[in-house]
Design a protein. Structure first.
Length: 363
């Protein structure tokens, strides 16, 4: 009932907006409407500028429904952070686009260390990267972020929770912990990450060969295929959270590892809890964009935002996902980070663009 009333209110706003515009298009001054109506319409014109009743724009409704909102999801920064510092580029792009907030799906630091001071130094460096960001940034824990007990404690000390939820404009956002049952790390992973990151600068070809060898390792392949398990406490927490927020218009769920690829019984239990409500899943981890529709619900695996590409194919793209929550559900668009540039134009270092003004300057 609450959802229906909200929807009706939104439609009433749109109808009022259309009525005000129609009045203007018929040559009557908007000054005859109230101030409140003018604010809803968000448009005023001078009828004296036009011949007759025709207008040089289409009759579509303005996308200014107050019940709609926009947010962004962004993928992995680490797991071999690229030397182009793409994540720093992403922060700048987010400031240009100005969504209402952004959610990351995990792997913000390289991690895999038992040294709390080392881990805190990595988080400090990340927080410095995020400092220019002008909108809220919501974190999801990834395997690089909380790879062991020390890392999990550092996360909890800094950020207060490894799973949490919030409601924004009648939509429920649930952040899950896909590292609830930690798995054994690949042997020597911290040292391999440090070597790989150094080789990206010193010997890129050797870095590429090292990454290919790592991804082909039988232990790594087996680890990627292992089901993601969620503890009983987390499943019970999800159940309580959904029950307390039964009347929201949509539920978005975020986790690092795409548990639906090879679901454990605990993840199937979470999916079962969601069967009677509209929802969408987002994950990361694989550094490759992928889309699945399971039982009529969208499950999206994000490509990276600074992490090295681990696979070949069209899903190899540093991007962000722009979500517009509408009355009919989410509209989802993917934007390549290198497809966004500021008012000064294309950056030749990113796009290989030709400077039409020429390289020479005159004093």
């Amino acid at each position: 009932m609450e959802r229906t009333e909200t929807m009706k209110t939104g439609n009433a706003f749109l109808l009022l907006s259309a009525a005000v515009l129609a009045t203007s298009a018929c040559g009557e001054s908007l000054s005859s409407t109230t101030v409140e109506e003018q604010e809803v319409a968000a448009l005023s014109v001078d009828p004296a500028e036009f011949e007759g009743e025709m207008r040089p724009w289409t009759s579509g409704e303005f996308a200014n429904d107050p019940n709609e909102f926009q947010f962004v999801i962004i993928g992995d920064r680490t797991g071999g952070a690229n030397v182009q510092e793409t994540f720093k580029l992403a922060v700048g792009q987010l400031n240009l686009l100005q969504p209402e907030f952004v959610i990351n799906v995990g792997d913000m630091i390289e991690g895999y260390s038992d040294d709390a001071a080392e881990l805190n130094a990595e988080w400090d460096a990340l927080d410095e990267m995020l400092e220019p960001l002008t909108i809220p940034f919501f974190r999801t824990p990834g395997n690089h972020d909380i790879a062991n007990q020390t890392a999990a404690e550092v996360w909890l000390d800094r950020y207060g929770a490894r799973m949490y939820h919030f409601v924004y404009k009648d939509a429920l956002f649930v952040v899950l912990n896909s590292e609830d049952t930690p798995r054994e790390a690949p042997e020597g992973i911290r040292e391999k990450l440090e070597l790989y990151n150094r080789l990206q600068t010193e010997d890129p070809a050797k870095a590429d060969a090292m990454l290919a060898e790592f991804m082909a390792d039988s232990a790594v392949v087996a680890g990627l295929a292992e089901p993601v398990d969620f503890g009983d406490e987390q499943v019970a927490w999800v159940s309580r959270t959904l029950e307390k927020n039964a009347n929201v218009r949509w539920t978005f769920l975020f986790l690092h590892e795409p548990a639906w690829e090879n679901p454990a019984p605990s993840f199937t239990a979470i999916q079962d809890l969601l069967k009677d409500r509209e929802h969408t899943f987002f994950a990361g981890h694989l550094h490759y964009y992928d889309y699945d529709e399971i039982d009529g619900y969208e499950h999206i695996t994000m490509g990276p935002a600074g992490a090295s590409f681990h696979h070949d194919g069209p899903g190899n793209v540093d991007h962000l996902t722009w979500v517009t929550m509408t009355g009919d559900g989410p509209e989802i668009a993917n934007i390549a980070l290198k497809g966004i540039f500021d008012r000064k134009g294309l950056d030749p270092s990113l796009f290989g663009a030709y400077d039409r003004k020429g390289a020479e300057t005159s004093d």
